[in-house]
Design a protein around this ligand. Sequence first.
Ligand code: ATP
Ligand code: MG
Length: 251
Amino acid sequence: DIEVPESHPRYLSLLTRHRIEAGVEKGITSMQGLIAEGRGEAFDYLLGERTLDSADAAERAAAAHLLLARHPVISVNGNVAALCPGELVELAEATGADLEVNLFNRTDERVRAIADHLREHGAEAVKGLTADARIPGLDHERAKVDADGIYDADVVLVPLEDGDRAEALGAMGKTELVVDLNPLSRSPQVAAVPIVDNVLRAIPNVTAHARDLADAEREELAAIVEAFDREAALADAERAIRTGGDRADGG
Ligand code: ATP
Ligand code: MG
């Protein structure tokens, strides 16, 4: 959907900008989302626009968590809906998770537009429109979730969640899997599994791990969850940003 050859060294970055812009035009991404995208892009540049081995380990641990969960839910905001709608649908299918639209700057119009967008990309059921439960400790609009969705979930994948809500979901006892390119942001800091990677790479890779683990025994999945070290993953991402050395294009 973009006139840039895939061989272009900044292909992914240009594709991302284009999709976010189109998301704003389509009414699924907010103006705040544009700013969040800029922050993400800067961190991705510093990380070398690649998936670190530590991020791959986090993505495998996230897959194991989703497969072990009683009720896994994938939270969808305007940025991830614009960036990788089909990939979110595939991950939901591979793990049996619900998809729930969950917005920081919530309007019913935007929730509906995102739900429609996900359905256009193959989603069957999309939650988030009922909004009949509240996350304790947040102001009214930011607290809205579905009673049979995020409110009931034991494991929630929150790509690009804001810090306040990540903390509030954690306080409800939910296991949070967070995708965020900034390892110092509060959301990955409070996550059980911080995935410091671009959602465009992270979501398909969690799906690939989930497919690989589809027939695994619960014991094996539990061992993967147990072996994952969140502090080490955050520290490795920070190290990669500070040293920046191994960029494919030399920076
Ligand atoms: P807080 O401390 O409250 O989390 P913040 O400045 O991080 O404050 P957010 O709303 O969480 O505010 O910002 C959006 C986050 O999403 C940023 O950390 C940014 O790096 C990250 N981000 C943006 N685009 C992507 C992307 N494509 N993939 C992964 N992470 C992204
Ligand atoms: Mg953040």
